[in-house]
Design a protein around this ligand. Structure first.
Ligand code: RFL
Ligand code: PHB
Length: 394
C-alpha cells in the first residue's frame, strides 16, 4: 500500500487506543492513518488485559466490532477476594444495579479491530520507523517517518498520540509544559498463560503473607495467573513447577483442589507503576491511553481507560469536523483527566490493599487488615469497590 501524504487525524500507535480511534472516526466519515512501529504479529503476540468494563464493550459494539465479543466474551457478575484462607464474594451485578464486566482478551479486541479496519480500508502502516512529530503548535502539523525503506511525510489536521508509555508522542511535548505524577511500586507481577481450565469461573484476587496472587482466564480452556514477585526476579528464575507451587501456597484450600496445572505457553514479568502526564494536549497533539497514563493492573483499568480517552477524543473530533465546534476538543484534556485520576485512585487503592509491601511495618499491616475487615462487613465499602471495578460513567 502506498502511504497517503495527507489525512485528517494522524494516529501514532496501533494498540487498542489508536485502532479504536481510527475505527470510530471512520464510522463518522473522518479520515485517519495509523502509524505503528511494530509488525502486526508482534502486536498480537502481547498478552495483556483481560477484563472489559461495560462502557468499553458498548463502545466496541457501537464501532461495529461486537460480534465475536458477544459470542465469545464471558460476562462476569462478580469476583472473589481471598484473604486469611477465606474468600469474600464481590457481587458486582447486585451491588451496582445490574452492571457486569466481560472477560475478553486484549489480543482478541486488537484482532477484531484490525479486521474491521482492513474491511473499511483504513490505512494501518506497520513497521514504520523513526516517527517524529512536527509543527504541533501550528494549524499544519505533520509526521515524518520511514516506511519500507523510504522517508515519508504525513500532513494532517490533528495528531493523536496513542503510542503507549514508551512512545514518542508524550516526549514531543516540551518538558516545561508537561507535569508528571508517578509512583513506582517495589514489586512486579509474574504472569503465565496455560491451556488449562480456570480454577473457577470468576476471578480471584488473593492477599497472602507470601504476596499477592490473581487467578484469571481468557476462555474455558485458557487460564491466566499472576503472582507478586520481587522486581529483580527474572523469568528464567521461575520454572513452571515453581510458579504452580507458589500460586498454590497463596490460595485458600477451598480453591487449590480445583487448580489444574500444565505447561505455560507464555510467561513474563511486568513492573507496577502509577503515572499521569498533564495536560493530555499540546497544540494539535492529543494523547490517549498509556501514552498519557499508566495504572498498576490490579484494578483492570488500563485498557478501559484507553477506551474512555478514545470516547472523549473521538466525540470532540467529530464535533470539530461535523459541527465546526472546537469546544469539546479544547476541553479534552480536562475532561479525560477527571476520569483518569479516579481510575488512578482506584488502581492505587486495590494495589495497596492486595499486595505485601516490603516496608509496610506492623502499623501498615494492621491498617491493611482493618481495610479487609471493613470491606467484608460493609455493603457501602463493597458498593464503592464494585462501582469502580465495573467502571465509572463517561
Ligand atoms: P499500547 O497497547 O501500549 O499500544 C501502543 C502502540 O504504540 C506503538 N508504538 C509506536 N508506534 C509508532 N511509533 C512509535 N515511536 C511507537 N512507540 C510505540 C506500540 O508498538 C504499540 O502497538 O497502548 P494503548 O493502545 O494505550 O493501550 C493500553 C493497554 O494496552 C494497557 O493499558 C493494558 O494492556 C493494561 N492492562 C490491563 N488493562 C485492563 O483494562 N484490564 C486488564 O485486565 C489489564 N491487565 C494490563 C494488564 C497490562 C499488563 N502489562 C503487561 C503492562 C495486565 C498486564 C500484565
Ligand atoms: C488478566 O486477565 O490479565 C487480568 C485480569 C484482572 C486484572 C489484571 C489482569 O486486574
Amino acid at each position: 500500500m502506498k502511504p497517503p501524504a495527507r489525512t485528517g487525524v494522524a494516529i501514532v500507535g496501533g494498540g487498542p487506543a489508536g485502532l479504536l480511534l481510527a475505527l470510530i472516526l471512520h464510522r463518522a466519515g473522518i479520515e485517519s492513518v495509523v502509524i505503528e512501529r511494530r509488525s502486526r504479529d508482534y502486536v498480537l503476540s502481547r498478552i495483556r488485559a483481560g477484563v472489559l468494563e461495560q462502557g468499553t464493550v458498548d463502545m466496541l459494539r457501537a464501532a461495529g466490532v461486537g460480534g465475536r465479543l458477544g459470542r465469545e466474551g464471558l460476562v462476569h457478575d462478580g469476583f472473589d477476594i481471598a484473604w486469611r484462607g477465606e474468600t469474600l464474594h464481590i457481587d458486582l451485578r447486585g451491588l451496582t444495579g445490574g452492571k457486569t464486566v466481560t472477560v475478553y482478551g486484549q489480543t482478541e479486541v486488537t484482532h477484531d479491530l484490525y479486521d474491521a479496519l482492513d474491511e473499511a480500508g483504513v490505512p494501518v502502516l506497520h513497521e514504520a520507523e523513526d516517527v517524529a512529530l512536527h509543527d504541533l503548535t501550528t494549524d499544519a502539523p505533520f509526521l515524518s517517518y520511514r516506511f519500507e525503506g523510504e522517508a515519508r511525510r504525513l500532513d494532517c489536521d490533528y495528531v493523536a498520540g496513542c503510542d503507549g508509555f514508551h512512545g514518542i508522542a508524550r516526549q514531543s511535548i516540551p518538558e516545561d509544559v508537561l507535569k508528571v505524577f508517578e509512583r513506582v511500586y517495589p514489586f512486579g507481577w509474574l504472569g503465565i498463560l496455560s491451556r488449562t481450565p480456570p480454577i473457577q469461573e470468576e476471578l480471584v484476587y488473593a492477599n497472602h503473607e507470601r504476596g499477592f496472587a490473581l487467578c484469571s482466564l481468557r476462555n474455558p480452556m485458557l487460564s491466566r495467573y499472576y503472582v507478586q514477585c520481587p522486581l529483580d526476579d527474572r523469568v528464567e528464575d521461575w520454572s513452571d513447577a515453581r510458579f504452580w507451587d507458589e500460586l498454590t501456597r497463596r490460595l485458600p484450600a477451598r480453591l487449590t483442589g480445583t487448580l489444574v496445572t500444565g505447561a505455560s505457553i507464555e510467561k513474563s514479568i511486568a513492573p507496577l507503576r502509577s503515572f499521569v502526564a498533564e495536560p493530555m494536549q499540546y497544540g494539535r497533539l492529543f494523547l490517549a491511553g498509556d501514552a498519557a497514563h499508566i495504572v498498576p493492573p490490579t484494578g483492570a483499568k488500563g485498557l478501559n481507560l484507553a477506551a474512555s480517552d478514545v470516547h472523549y477524543l473521538s466525540e470532540a473530533l467529530i464535533a470539530v469536523y461535523r459541527d465546526k465546534d472546537d469546544g469539546p476538543l479544547d476541553r479534552y484534556s480536562e475532561t479525560a483527566l477527571h476520569r483518569v485520576w479516579k481510575a488512578e485512585r482506584f488502581s492505587w487503592w486495590m494495589t495497596s490493599m492486595l499486595h505485601r509491601f516490603p516496608d509496610t511495618g506492623p502499623f501498615g499491616q494492621r491498617i491493611q487488615e482493618a481495610e479487609f475487615d471493613y470491606l467484608a462487613g460493609s455493603k457501602a465499602a463493597q458498593t464503592s469497590l464494585a462501582e469502580n471495578y465495573v467502571g465509572l460513567p463517561y
